[in-house]
Design a protein around this ligand. Structure first.
Ligand code: ATP
Ligand code: ZN
Length: 212
């Protein structure tokens, strides 16, 4: 029988909880530190360890059958995949933040302003919904330093506790979206693989129910 190919983040905030979920489902595997692939010894699953940003694309193309990514990454890249399960970990939010000393009165504050973010698609859609015209500048990392170096008057970035914002002299003023890890699946999976995915989801549901 063919393997279900599962894309998980190689190293980052999704990795540990993603692998823990499979272990809690009773799926055994060895993932050495620098390995790019791992085969389960007791379930027809093969793991592919990738950058999280690449996962939706690999699943859209069917290189991987399923993958685990943040809802924020799925919404940003808008790849043609099915979101089959919300997983309840890696919870965070995408928020707008401004320098602490700004007298913030509401979303119209951003009219005509420059904003830096790694999530331009999500941010542009949000601003459009809110009826705000602002310049959105894409930067791929260290977004929170943008106001301090004069690149932007505000940022849109991932927040969990808010301590990174605070240490960069910023304050959170609007929530753009809430996110958690989701399982995405290839749209044209074979019936064999769909049956495997159903078995996996059945096990995941039992694990998640046990946590509630
Ligand atoms: P990669 O090198 O794989 O591209 P990355 O730097 O883009 O990694 P991480 O910081 O590991 O990504 O975050 C992965 C995902 O985890 C994010 O897209 C988001 O959904 C979630 N996440 C990010 N920061 C937090 C946080 N502080 N708390 C909880 N979840 C978070
Ligand atoms: Zn990433």
């Amino acid at each position: 029988m063919s393997n279900l190919k599962v894309a998980v983040q190689k190293s980052g905030r999704l990795s540990e909880d993603s692998l823990k979920l499979f272990k809690e489902c009773g799926i055994k595997f060895n993932n050495g530190a620098k390995k790019l692939k791992a085969q389960s010894s007791n379930f027809p699953i093969e793991f592919l360890f990738l950058r999280d940003d690449d996962i939706p694309g690999y699943v859209e193309d069917g290189i991987a059958d399923i993958g685990i990514v943040g809802q924020n990454v799925q919404d940003e890249y808008q790849k043609e995949v099915d979101v089959v399960k919300h997983l309840g970990f890696s919870k965070c939010r995408l928020s707008l933040a401004v320098p602490r000393e700004v007298d913030y009165s509401g979303i119209q504050y951003f009219e005509g302003k420059n904003l830096a973010t790694s999530y331009p698609t999500i941010l542009k859609n949000y601003l459009k919904d809110q009826g705000v015209n602002a310049e959105v500048h894409m930067i791929s990392g260290s977004v929170e330093i943008a106001p301090g170096i004069g690149l932007a008057e505000g940022i849109c970035d991932i927040v969990s506790s808010g301590s990174t914002l605070l240490s960069n002299g910023l304050k959170e003023v609007e929530t753009v979206m809430k996110s958690e890890a989701v399982m995405v699946a290839y749209k044209q999976m074979s019936d064999d693989k769909k049956a495997l995915l159903d078995q996996l989801i059945f096990r995941i549901n039992s694990v998640l129910e046990g946590k509630n």
